[in-house]
Each structure stands twice: as structure tokens, then as C-alpha cells.
Design a protein around this ligand. Structure first.
Ligand SMILES: Nc1ncnc2c1ncn2[C@@H]1O[C@H](COP(=O)(O)OP(=O)(O)O)[C@@H](O)[C@H]1O
Ligand SMILES: [Mg+2]
Length: 245
């Protein structure tokens, strides 16, 4: 199914990295925002290994630092101290070219409000990450992912013609079109009804279980937390508890 458009930096076998270091690891990560006048420390020395081939859920009330942590884990932002390591390399040590490659090849993102581009068709939205990476076989790979999420027949429509659940499935197809081995999901079911949310969770679970991605997902939903092998509860920017199932 995930046959074409493969583009990766690290060698993999059956979805698992051949490197010995964990694929995604946070080491004593802290984050302080400058704020207006008073700096605001949002994360305090978070250490966490995110396992490959499994879903890790990030739980905690609004404002506890989940999105901040996801932005750091996805190399969209950098810690104020500590390190985010991807295959053992600190994201803050990478130059701009390496960061661009990392984001385009290794990491997929899913957001609460889908963030599809409204003027592009469904197929074009899914293709876009591969076109930006100048990868070959973009169209075939995009169709393959649309088939996987059950929306091949919607390829030619614009996002506004879809339901919320369908939009999120397109967003998942886009997030996984380049076969990333890290998937970052920020409240992916937060804006969906239960049935649509369940479909989305089934796909996220497959991204981990069948395709070997290390999935880090912030959520408020008990259903979403239930698919996780590891549940990390944050409170005021600190890990309050770690629970494995
Ligand atoms: N770019 C930013 N600049 C300043 N403060 C921010 C920024 N992003 C988030 N915050 C603050 O950091 C805290 C944690 O936010 P966030 O990581 O979005 O939490 P969550 O996703 O758990 O709701 C909040 O107090 C929020 O207002
Ligand atoms: Mg958030």
C-alpha cells in the first residue's frame, strides 16, 4: 500500500529504524516564551522517548504545554534548554537545509482544524508535500494514500465540499504521503463527531501499527487516549504521570 513516493533519510526495516538510538527523544527539554514583559516558562525539563510503531498520547488540560511540546518534537520550534533528538541528532544542531529535509522527509503533521489549502483539490493537497520535496511519483503516491483513507472518489473536489471527518482523513493522507516515520498529531479528533473521530483514530493507529511511525498525539479525548501504548500526562509543563498499556 505504501509503495510509491518513498523518500527517507535513514534506512528502515519493517518500519523500524536500524539506528540504535530511539527515533524521537526529548532530553530535559524546557521552553520559555519571551512574553510581554514577563518571560513565560511553559515546559520544565521534559524527558521522553517516543517509541516507533506505537501511539504516544499527550494528555493534560488546555494550556499545559501540549502544542508547545509537539512543535518542538516536530522540529518546528526549538527548546530553550535541553535537546530534541531525532535519530540521536539534536534538532537545534541542524542547519536550515537539514531542517528542511528533516521536515519534508521524516515528519508528518495533523492538526485539529485540518489546515487543507482551500484552493487546491483534495488530490493536490495530498500531493503537495511530495511536490515541495521534488519527489517522483507524487500523483500515484497521493492516490494511494487517498485510497487508504477511503476517499479516492473525492480526489477532484475542493476541501469545502467535504465533511469535517473527510477533511481530516485527507489531512492524514497528506501527512503520510511521504511515508514519514514520525507523525505529530495535535488534537486530531478535537473538532469531529464520535463516528468520524473513530475513523481518524483507526487511521492513526494504522500509521503506527502497520507503517511503523512513531506517533505523538495531543488529545483531550478518552477514545483517542485509549489507542495509545504510552500515555503521558502533563501538568503545568511537567510530566505528571507516564502510563503504559
Ligand atoms: N508563541 C507563544 N508565545 C507566548 N506564549 C505562548 C505561545 N504559545 C503558547 N503560549 C503559552 O504557553 C502555554 C502553553 O500553551 P500550549 O502549548 O498551546 O498548551 P496546550 O496545547 O496544552 O493547550 C499557554 O499559557 C500559552 O498561552
Ligand atoms: Mg494545544
Amino acid at each position: 500500500m505504501f509503495s510509491s513516493g518513498e523518500a527517507r533519510c535513514a534506512p528502515r526495516y519493517n518500519g523500524y529504524s536500524l539506528t540504535t538510538s530511539p527515533r524521537l527523544e526529548l532530553r530535559r527539554v524546557s521552553k520559555t516564551y519571551p512574553g510581554n514583559g514577563q518571560p513565560l516558562q511553559v515546559l520544565h525539563e521534559i524527558s521522553l522517548e517516543v517509541p516507533a510503531g506505537a501511539v504516544t498520547a499527550l494528555l493534560g488540560r488546555s494550556g499545559c504545554g501540549k502544542t508547545t511540546l509537539l512543535n518542538l518534537a516536530g522540529a518546528m520550534d526549538f527548546p530553550s534548554s535541553g535537546e530534541v533528538l531525532i535519530d540521536g541528532r539534536a534538532t537545534s544542531s541542524l542547519n536550515d537545509a537539514d531542517l528542511t529535509l528533516l521536515r519534508r522527509r521524516r515528519i508528518g503533521f495533523v492538526f485539529q482544524f485540518f489546515q487543507l489549502l482551500p484552493t487546491l483539490t483534495v488530490l493536490e493537497n495530498v500531493e503537495l508535500p511530495l511536490l515541495l520535496a521534488a519527489a517522483r511519483g507524487a500523483r500515484e503516491a497521493a492516490l494511494d494514500r487517498l485510497r487508504w483513507v477511503g476517499l479516492e472518489e473525492k480526489a477532484a473536489v475542493l476541501p469545502y465540499q467535504l465533511s469535517g471527518g473527510q477533511m481530516q482523513r485527507v489531512a492524514i493522507a497528506r501527512a503520510l504521503v511521504h511515508s514519514p516515520d514520525i507523525l505529530i498529531a495535535d488534537e486530531p479528533t478535537g473538532n469531529l463527531d464520535t463516528a468520524s473521530g473513530d475513523q481518524v483514530l483507526a487511521l492513526i493507529r494504522q500509521a503506527a501499527a502497520r507503517f511503523g511511525a512513531a506517533v505523538l498525539m495531543a488529545t483531550h479525548s478518552a477514545e483517542a487516549a485509549a489507542i495509545a501504548a504510552l500515555r503521558v500526562r502533563l501538568r503545568d509543563g511537567r510530566i505528571e504521570s507516564l502510563e503504559r498499556s
